[in-house]
Structures are given as C-alpha cells and as structure tokens.
Write a protein that binds this ligand. Structure first.
Ligand code: CS2
Length: 507
C-alpha cells in the first residue's frame, strides 16, 4: 500500500506551492464551479487521455470554465472509485523513448455509474447547461448488425428499446438501468426532449467509419423501431435539434500498469489511482457541425473542418488496420508488445506491404494528407516501446474491428480489380489467433491468451475442428464478412492460401 498522499485538490495545492517538477503540468487555475457542459459516455482511458486533454487545454487557453465533464462509466464503478476521492483530478503520463511527462487534468466534475445512478445520468444529459454529449464506448457499444444498422436481436438492445419506448411515452422508471451505451444515449436524449428539448451535439469519438452520421442513422433506426406513440415526434426533434458531427480521434493509449503508476507517483509526489498513459502524439479532427455551443477545441490544436472523411479513412485503414495486423501476427509469434512486432523484420516488411499495396491504394486520391509521410509516422509511433502497448490489448474485439480495419479495404481493392493479398494475410492471422486462443494454445509473455471478443462463443465454435476449412467456416459463419466479400472467390482463395502459408510458417 503506498505511503504517498493521494492526488486531490488539497494535495495538489501543496505540491504546487512546493514547486512541481518541470515534467509535470498542473491543470489551469480555473474556477471549475460552473455547471458542466459535457456529458461523456465511456470515461475510460482513451477519453481521459484524448478528448479530456483537449478540453483541459481549451479551458486553459480561453479561461472558459463552462466545459466541465460529467463522466459516465459502463460496466463497472471502477473509474468512479478512482476519481471521486481525487476531486476528479488525474494525470496523463506521456511516454516516448526519449521523454516522460505528466499532464494533470482537472476537467472531470463527476463520474456516474449507470447501474446505480441512471436517474443522475438522464438528468445530466437533459440539463440545459449540457451542450455536448460525447462517447467513447468502443465499436461494440453501438450494438450494430453486420450491415451497420441496429442489431435488434441483441438482448441488451432489445431490452433498451422497451425502456426507451416507456421513456418516450413518459412512463419509464429511472431506477431501471439501460444495458447498452447506445440505449442509454437515446434514453438521455428522450429525457432531454421531454425536458424542453434544448439543442445538443452528440460527438462520437469511436473508431467507426463516418462515426457521427453512422450513429445518427443508428439512433433514428432504433427510434423508428419503437412502438411508442411519441416515437415519430422524438425523431423529428432529433433531426431538428441534435447534431452528430463526424470526428477522427487519434492517440495511442495502452493499459496503465503498476510500473506506470510508480513512475507517475515518483514524478508527482502523490499517488494517482486514475492515471492513464499515452504516447506524446495526439490528433483530433472534428466536423464543424454543432447544434449549440462547444469548447474552443481548436485552441488546443484540434482541427475543425467540413469534411473529416479523408482523415478518418486514412487513420482507420493505415493506422488501425496495421495495428490489428501486427497485433495478430505479433501475438502468434509470441511478441508481447507492438513495438516488438514492428521491430521484427518480417512483420515490419509485412506492415509496409499492407499499407503500400492495400491500404493506401484503397484510399484513392487524398489531397489533405501526405500518405507516405503518414505511413512513416505511424510505423515510428508503433516503435515506441516506452508505453508498453501490448499485442493482446489491440487484438481484443476483432469481430467489431475487422469490418472497419480490414474488410472495407479488401472490398475496395477487389472492386478495383485487385486481390488484397496483404489484407487477406491479416484476416488469416486473425483466424489463426481465434483458433489458437480458443484452443488455449497461445502463450504470450508466458501467459495463456484467451479470446476477448463479444462473439467469442460463435467464433470459437467455428474455429475449432479441422484446420482444413477454417477460412470458409469463419467467412461463412461468423456474420462479420459482408456478403459481397464472402461471395468473392478471389478473396476466399487469398485467405485460404494465407492460412495455409501462415500455419506452416511461424508468421
Ligand atoms: C488500437 C487503437 O486498441 C486498438 O484497437 O488500434 O486503440 C489505437 O491505439 C487508437 O485508435 C490510436 O488512435
């Protein structure tokens, strides 16, 4: 148990008075008593290392203290337990091979755990002083079917649709907890609609293609599926008063370890249960389409633009696609870190081939970005061993990530008449990863790896059995391959031969 004092407003004041090390940046001396203007669903490490940092820097630059954050957790009260005793304060430990920084963030005003505080979450989303509702709930938080619409067969979403319908008709019990992030979002919006319907902007910060408009369409499809008498009116209000700007978010944020906490405590002179870790690089490109006020994020370096798509597609296909490919290939080779995988000559060469032969050609002409320079910056970022980003962390939720990171690229290459051999190899690596983890045969850094995926049962059932036919069983039965791809013999042949090649090699 550490003997250090815990970070909070009082200890920060005394540490600041005693003089903080140059590597530590205290939060801006703002009033921080104004009503919070942001509700964020999914206050995990990525939000705390990305949007909250931009919001802190914007507040520091402008002195505008309307943009406190009410964070909403998902599955556990863990983050509430970390931040509440710290008056919402936490640090972001920035690590690269040459530099260590600790930036303290003071924007979080409250953290709510829906399973115990649904009424408070709904009130926060409905509050007139709330102008932004943002989300980082990961790809699976949206409960989408393969085609992108709502998966109404999903038990959590089906439950939430019933709760939403009662909310729309003013008969919901606030003690009943929504079971999906998108269900909680919609319920909060319905609550806001009932409470006067002030305009609000929903800022999706997840790695989805065309994320804002995609979630807007998802939200409307769910409302349209509601039998509630007021559903059509809610839909009209959403169209008139709620903006869903697209965004591209980028910062590599590994899981926090005890070693990270020790480094931060030694720097700060206090313990920080809410510490998050990140690379120095961060980027946020936001479609300038808001229904009301927003923080001056551009004062913190965010880019506001009419069209985010080039930035989104480039990032999701080059960075995230290569990230996932290196995660599966690296884990199959026993590499614990992405930095180890990208240092592996065979995998480094493969990463370049994936980017140059499939990802970049699939993007078409991109005026805004120097794609060769982007490739080099991504590979350099991946080589940052100091953050300790593990292959297994990135390998999780493959069923939700593959359609965006591999399959869309493969489809575009096939449509252009090319066979995406590199992407097919990445898909094959995922298949072998599913098979090895399901069978309990994969060890990385001395630890057996389990398949961490919302579809683990289905995928595992398809992956075990004879190696012969593995590719066809997963392409046909997983539900994640679009019909156009599943029906394309060029793709299937490429994946089959990649599986044969990989299972023979150690790659
Ligand atoms: C990673 C992303 O875990 C993963 O799937 O590929 O979290 C990645 O680190 C971020 O998108 C980088 O911006």
């Amino acid at each position: 148990m550490t003997s250090l004092r815990r970070l909070n407003t009082s200890t920060l004041a005394s540490l600041t008075a005693a003089g903080l090390p140059d590597a530590v940046r205290a939060p801006a001396p703002l009033d921080r008593t104004a009503a919070p203007g942001i509700v964020h669903l999914g206050i995990g490490a990525f939000h705390r290392a990305h949007q909250a940092v931009f919001t802190e820097a914007a507040a520091a630059a402008t002195g505008d203290d309307r943009w406190g954050i009410v964070g909403v957790t998902q599955r556990s009260a863990g983050v509430r337990g970390q931040l509440a005793p710290q008056d919402g304060l936490y640090g972001v430990l920035g690590l690269s091979d040459g530099e260590t920084r600790l930036d303290l963030v003071g924007q979080v005003r409250d953290v709510l755990f829906p399973a115990e505080q649904t009424a408070d979450v709904l009130a926060a989303i409905a509050a007139p002083t709330t102008h932004v509702v943002s989300l980082t709930v990961t790809e699976k938080g949206y409960r989408r079917a393969a085609g992108g619409g709502p998966d109404l067969a999903d038990a959590a979403l089906a439950f939430d649709l019933e709760v939403l319908s009662r909310e729309i008709d003013g008969a919901a019990d606030a003690a009943v907890t929504s079971r999906s992030a998108v269900g909680l979002l919609l319920r909060g919006l319905a609550h806001r609609w009932h409470g006067g319907g002030q305009p609000v902007s929903v800022v999706v910060c997840d790695n989805l293609m065309d994320n804002g408009p995609q979630v807007e369409a998802l939200v409307h499809a769910i409302v349209d599926a509601s039998p509630a008498a007021g559903a059509a009116s809610l839909g009209d209000w959403l169209r008139a008063s709620v903006a869903f700007p697209a965004t591209m978010v980028d910062r590599i944020v590994p899981a926090t370890t005890d070693a990270h906490r020790a480094t931060a405590s030694a720097l700060l002179g206090a313990s920080d249960a809410g510490l998050v870790v990140a690379e120095p690089f961060m980027q946020w490109v936001i479609q300038d389409r808001f229904a009301g006020p927003r923080p001056a994020w551009e004062e913190a370096g965010a880019q506001l633009t009419e069209d985010v798509s080039a930035y989104e597609h480039t990032k999701l296909r080059i960075l995230n696609g290569t990230h996932s490919a290196l995660a599966y290939l690296g884990a199959l080779r026993g590499h614990a870190l992405i930095a180890d995988a990208v240092a592996d000559p065979d995998l480094h060469a493969f990463a370049r081939a994936l980017i140059d032969e499939d990802a970049i050609p699939s993007l078409g002409s991109v005026e805004e970005i120097d794609l060769a320079a982007y490739r080099e910056s991504v590979l350099e970022r991946f080589a940052n061993a100091a953050i300790g980003h593990t292959t297994v962390q990135i390998a999780m939720d493959g069923s939700q990530k593959l359609p965006i990171r591999f399959l869309a690229t493969a489809q575009d290459r096939l449509a252009a008449g090319a066979v995406p051999h590199a992407m097919a190899r990445a898909v094959a690596a995922w298949m072998l990863y599913v098979r090895a983890t399901t069978a309990g045969e994969l060890e990385v850094a001395g630890r057996r790896v389990e398949l961490d995926d919302p579809l683990a049962a289905r995928l595992g059932g398809l992956a075990v059995g004879p190696m012969e036919g593995l590719a066809d069983r997963l392409v046909s039965g997983s539900g994640i391959f679009p019909a156009a791809l599943a029906g394309d013999d060029r793709f299937r042949d490429a994946v089959r031969s990649a599986v044969d090649d990989l299972q023979g090699a150690t790659v």
